[in-house]
Write a protein that binds this ligand. Sequence first.
Ligand code: SF4
Length: 206
Amino acid sequence: MRWSIKISDGDIKIDIGERSISVMIETQLLQHKVALPEYVSACVDMKKFIKFCRACPEYGNNWSCPPFNFSPYEIWQSYKSILLYGKKIILGEELTSERYEADELNAVVYKIYTPVKHFIAEKLQEMEIEYPDSMALFAGKCDGCETCNRPTGQACIKPELMRHSIEGLGGDVEKTLKLYFGESLAWPSSDRLPQHLLLIGGLLLK
Ligand code: SF4
C-alpha cells in the first residue's frame, strides 16, 4: 500500500506503505492569548501530570521532558502571558473510512502528525525572534535529533533547538483545548483514524 498525503499548510507530501491514495489534509489554526496567572490557575498542575510523565518512555530520556533540575513553576512565573498556538488537522473521508492494521494506523498518525508538529515548531521559533525575551513551548517532546542523548548523561546536542512542551511543564493540554478553543482530543480506535488530530504549543511572553 502506498499513500501520498499532501498537507495544505507548508505543502508537505508524505508516502506511507504501498497504498496509493493522494489526499489534501486541511488544517485549522488555533491561536489565543491568555494571561499566565489565569492559565496557570486553570490548566497547570505539575503534581498531577508528573504521574503521566513517569509512565511515558520519554521520562528521563529526553532533555525536553521531566524530570528537571528546576521547578516548572519558575518558568511559568517568569512570563506574563502565553500565546497558545496550534493546529487542528482535519482527516478527510478518504482516510477516516479506511480500516488499518495496528502498525499501519500508528504509522499514518505519525506521518500526518510529525510535519504539522515541525511546522508549529518553526512558526514558534520565528515568533521567538519577533518577540524579544519570549520562549516557545513546542507541541510534544523535542525530536531535534534522531536519538536524544539524555540516556547517555551527555548534555543536549542542540540546545538552541530544544524547547519544552506545555504538558512537560505540567500543563493540561486537554483542558487547554477545551477551555480556549472548544476542542476535544480524539483518539484512533482499534482500526480507524479519528476525525481530527490536535496539536498545541505556545509562546511565553514577558
Ligand atoms: S536537541 Fe537532541 S539531545 Fe537535545 S533534547 Fe532534543 S533530541 Fe535530545
